[in-house]
Write a protein that binds this ligand. Structure first.
Ligand code: F3S
Length: 401
């Protein structure tokens, strides 16, 4: 690879051992993809997970004196305050999350603890070169904003934050951003939940860059968030196009770069139902709790839940996972208190895939998100999956049909 003087100085260790290690990895990634050079990034997002390897690497970089040159936003772990105040987390799990927090703080990361940075805290412009990890973030940044990022891992995004560069390959180059699979959606896409299910059709869509046709002209940010999150739950997608909606697909010809699609796939209502039933446990039963916010819910979704509950009260607890800033705004508006009165808790800075939810072990939840159902399975927590409004009704009755 051709390195400029600054990059060579980093690689030679003139900017410290932490920067040197980060640059070594960046160069190795670049060489494995035949990249010719490194290009600067303007923003980054690290999919902090608060798991062993994540914390080990963050601490190692701190011990080697690294600092983030381009401070990244970070994914949620769990909220130390929220779980501690309610005595829901044990000392060991608390100390572990605190150590993760301290390591990222020492690196100079922006401690947003939010997995939807592309909606409000870290929004790229069209054409911006960035380093985003997190399953829903990469496709949203590429497809919806027209920014350019490869599907970084938490580690490579952290290294990019430290050096300020990424190797130029893959989706950073025009020729690799074109669609390869035509996906005709015949299913009725009449709510945001259906986009979760469309994303779960990755097995049928197959490997490549999907170009969706047949979707409505106006698609909410929440629906696009759901689509990207589930495309990377059922498969591995860093880019897609929606003809007439996303910026690099004004027409079907432009989306495919003038080429023919490699294959065509049709998605029907039956496909969406099959995708749901592969991960949902069987309905017609009582449930113990309801969880939303994987990926994190927006303020608009919190407002919708409040409106749907109306004058009623919840029979089982509802956990709505959001960012700290959504929680703060909800508090300012009196929305947080109003939802608490009903039995719904806005939980900030938290992911369902965290040890802080141990207290829900062997319980059955209800959610609108397959991704929410997927990760907690390994902690002994099962979910029924239904659309958002059915889940809200389920929280009121304690049952789901
Ligand atoms: Fe976000 Fe965690 Fe779900 S990072 S998308 S809440 S698995």
């Amino acid at each position: 690879m051709n390195l400029n003087k600054e990059q060579q100085d980093m690689l030679d260790g003139r900017m410290g051992p932490g920067v040197q290690l980060a640059m070594k990895v960046q160069v190795a990634i670049g060489e494995s993809f035949n990249a010719e050079r490194l290009v600067p990034i303007t923003r980054a997002h690290v999919a902090l997970s608060n798991q062993d390897a994540d914390q080990w690497l963050a601490k190692k970089m701190v011990s080697m004196g690294a600092k983030c040159k381009v401070p990244p936003t970070v994914n949620p772990g769990f909220s130390l305050c929220w779980f501690k105040d309610r005595a829901l987390v044990d000392d060991e799990d608390y100390a572990f999350m605190k150590a993760t927090h301290d390591a990222y703080r020492a690196l100079g990361a922006k401690l947003t603890y939010n997995c939807t940075p592309y909606i409000d805290t870290n929004v790229p412009n069209y054409g911006e070169v960035i380093a985003f990890s997190e399953s829903s973030a990469t496709p949203y940044a590429n497809a919806v904003w027209g920014a350019r990022t490869n599907r970084e891992g938490a580690n490579s995004a952290l290294f990019a934050s430290i050096t300020g560069y990424v190797p130029e390959y893959g989706l950073l180059l025009d020729e690799n951003r074109k669609g390869t699979i035509l996906v005709e959606v015949q299913a009725h896409m009449d709510n945001d939940y259906k986009y979760h299910m469309l994303g779960m059709c990755g097995k049928k869509i197959g490997h490549g860059i999907p170009v969706f046709v047949g979707l409505p002209k106006h698609i909410s940010k929440e629906a696009l968030r759901n689509l990207g999150a589930e495309l990377n739950t059922s498969g591995a997608y860093d880019m897609y196009h929606i003809v007439g909606v996303t910026p690099e697909a004004p027409t079907i010809e432009v989306a495919f770069g003038g080429k023919e699609p490699e294959r065509k796939v049709i998605i029907t209502d039956d496909d969406l139902l099959t995708a749901r039933d592969e991960i949902s446990i069987v309905g017609n039963r009582s449930i113990d709790f309801v969880m939303f916010g994987c990926p994190h819910f927006t303020l608009d979704e919190c407002l919708h839940i409040r409106e749907q509950i109306g004058k009623r009260r919840l029979k089982v607890p509802m956990y709505i996972l959001t960012s700290e800033h959504t929680k703060t705004t909800a508090k300012l508006m009196g929305l947080d208190e109003a939802l608490e009165d009903k039995g719904a808790h806005i939980v900030p800075a938290t992911c369902p895939d965290q040890p802080s939810w141990k207290f829900l072990k062997n319980k059955v939840g209800l959610t609108e998100s397959p991704k929410c159902a997927y990760y907690p399975k390994r902690r002994g927590i099962d979910f029924v999956i239904r659309d958002l409004d059915t889940c809200i009704e389920g929280a009121i009755t304690g049952e789901v049909q």
